[in-house]
Design a binder for this molecule. Structure first.
Ligand SMILES: *Cc1c(COP(=O)(O)O)cnc(C)c1O
Length: 495
């Protein structure tokens, strides 16, 4: 089998902002002369405050200019529809178009959150069925579809833990978070008013049981745990971990954003977790990234169910209705029903896949990650000797000896047509290079990725400068990422 690497082609134009087009009198629409005389605008819009000065500096583009402008901008972007998007922990998998068709049906996309229940029975039935399916997948009886993202689900979960402790007359100020946790975990715990204490992981990438046991006490509300963890490793002592936390009266929060590695194989409720969120936009396929809408349903045991955020969808006789959860609930997290478009996509995905399809999804995601690990372990150093689940993490050991950094490798991959993987995370792995291929990628694409990595490593030995100064085919070279995060310029201003 031979695969030619994707060759950079000169078709990406460095498009300016529409505001930067030279002033003109072009316009994108032609308005016909009205067939009848119209009243002055003050009369047709009585009581509406009208602008008195002229708008200056707005772009004036013809329809043709506008089409070209946005098409050029879109081609400077990268998406999973274009090629492999191997960001670790992000589950950038293919989003079947069927889901988009379902979410765009007028019955879903033309309803308003304030429409009364008799008129929205179909949507409520869908939400109810989704609640039941997700309960079956996670094993938890309690579920609320309210949270609008993964981190929002985490916030809901830790607020529920706090409410449950308060209901039994306890105030525990501390939450334990492992050093390999996703960054949103300590942030959510802090936002819910907890102090965060770190638990160490051992050389095998799993939680250090001695450290957990030493830190779990009556001041500690519980543990926030990602499973499989950010290294792609299933916590091998998971039931023991739950037991230690429960013995001291705490709760285990499970970050279920990595459910893509478990659906149909393991249920978090069965291995002792108390509360969990899912990322529907990851595991159950909604286009995400760039801050697009998501959904992070929160799930829990019967014990924690009274504290769930409401409203939830309830079936009463043949009808469905939104039900608030009463005084013990942590309240609302969303003004309305949650991000319903994402819920429709997840429902459509689940229905199309079915149980066996979901199991195959999980198995293939794990197989793909381990295929990459095997193919690359001759040139890169895996962070841990054991196989992982849905993602694989390498250290920079193999790179340092070639005088390139993880960042150099990631940036040069852009010239081979790949989005860079996650780099320098988790912090517990030196110079981490973290790849989650997902089940979507066929073997040819995985082989192409392996070839690209090997080509960059070979190039580092003959022509290191080209690697150090990559990317060469993107509209921009290396950006100052710290400045972009610290001093974001989000608004165009004239001059
Ligand atoms: C993506 C992710 C999150 C956060 O999800 P958002 O929807 O981006 O808020 C939390 N934990 C893990 C492990 C994740 O991968």
């Amino acid at each position: 089998m031979s695969h030619t690497p994707v060759k950079p082609m000169g078709f990406i134009q460095d498009e300016r902002l529409s505001f930067e087009y030279p002033p003109s009198d072009r316009q994108g629409v032609s308005l016909r002369q009205a067939p009848v005389p119209l009243p002055p605008v003050e009369q047709s819009l009585p009581g509406v405050p009208l602008r008195e000065d002229n708008l200056e500096g707005l772009p004036r583009l013809s329809e043709f200019d506008a089409v070209r402008h946005f098409t050029r901008l879109s081609r400077a972007n990268y998406s999973v529809d274009q090629g492999m998007y191997p960001l670790g922990s992000c589950t950038m998998k293919y989003n079947p178009r069927l889901n988009e068709w379902a979410a765009a049906l007028v019955g879903f996309n033309q309803i308003h959150p304030l429409m009364n229940e008799p008129l929205t029975q179909g949507t409520l039935a869908l939400m109810h069925q989704l609640q039941e399916w997700l309960s079956e997948i996670t094993g938890f009886p309690g579920v609320s579809l309210q949270p609008a993202a993964g981190a929002h689900g985490e916030l809901a979960g830790v607020l529920m833990i706090r409410a449950a402790l308060e209901a039994r007359g306890e105030q525990r100020p501390v939450i334990l978070v492992p050093d390999s946790a996703h960054g949103t975990n300590p942030a959510s715990a802090a936002l819910a008013g907890f102090q965060v204490k770190e638990v160490k992981s051992g050389p095998d990438g799993c939680i250090d049981m001695a450290d957990l046991t030493a830190k779990m006490d009556r001041q500690t509300a519980g543990l926030m745990l990602t499973n499989p963890n950010t290294l792609g490793i299933f916590e091998k002592n998971i039931t023991e971990i739950a037991k230690v936390v429960h013995q001291h009266g705490g709760y285990v929060y499970c970050d279920g954003a990595n459910m893509n590695a478990q659906v149909g194989v393991a249920r978090p409720a069965d291995y002792g977790m108390d509360v969990l969120h899912l990322n529907l936009h990851k595991t159950f396929s909604t286009p995400h990234g760039g801050g697009g809408p998501g959904a992070g349903p929160v799930h829990c045991t019967a014990e924690l169910a009274p504290f769930l955020p409401g409203p939830v969808v309830e079936k009463s006789g043949p009808n469905y209705r939104m039900k608030d959860l009463g005084a013990t609930s942590i309240g609302r997290l969303h003004a309305f029903h949650g991000n319903v478009g994402v819920l429709v996509r997840a429902w459509s995905y689940l229905l199309a896949m079915g149980g066996p399809g979901l199991r195959e999804m999980t198995d293939t995601a794990v197989l793909n990650a381990n295929y990459l690990r095997k193919e690359l372990e001759g040139v890169l150093t895996p962070a841990h000797p054991t196989p992982t689940l849905h993602e694989v993490v390498f250290t920079d050991a193999g790179l340092a000896e070639r005088n390139i950094t993880t960042l150099d490798l990631a940036k040069r991959l852009i010239d081979h047509g790949f989005h860079p993987p996650t780099v320098y995370f988790p912090l517990t792995v030196k110079g981490a290079f973290m790849v989650e291929p997902t089940e979507s990628e066929p073997r040819e694409e995985l082989d192409r990725f392996v070839m690209a990595v090997k080509a960059v490593l070979a190039e580092a030995e003959t022509d290191p400068d080209t690697v150090h100064s990559a990317p060469h085919t993107a509209p921009r070279r290396r950006l100052d990422e710290t400045r972009a995060a610290r001093q974001p310029v989000l608004r165009w201003k004239k001059d």
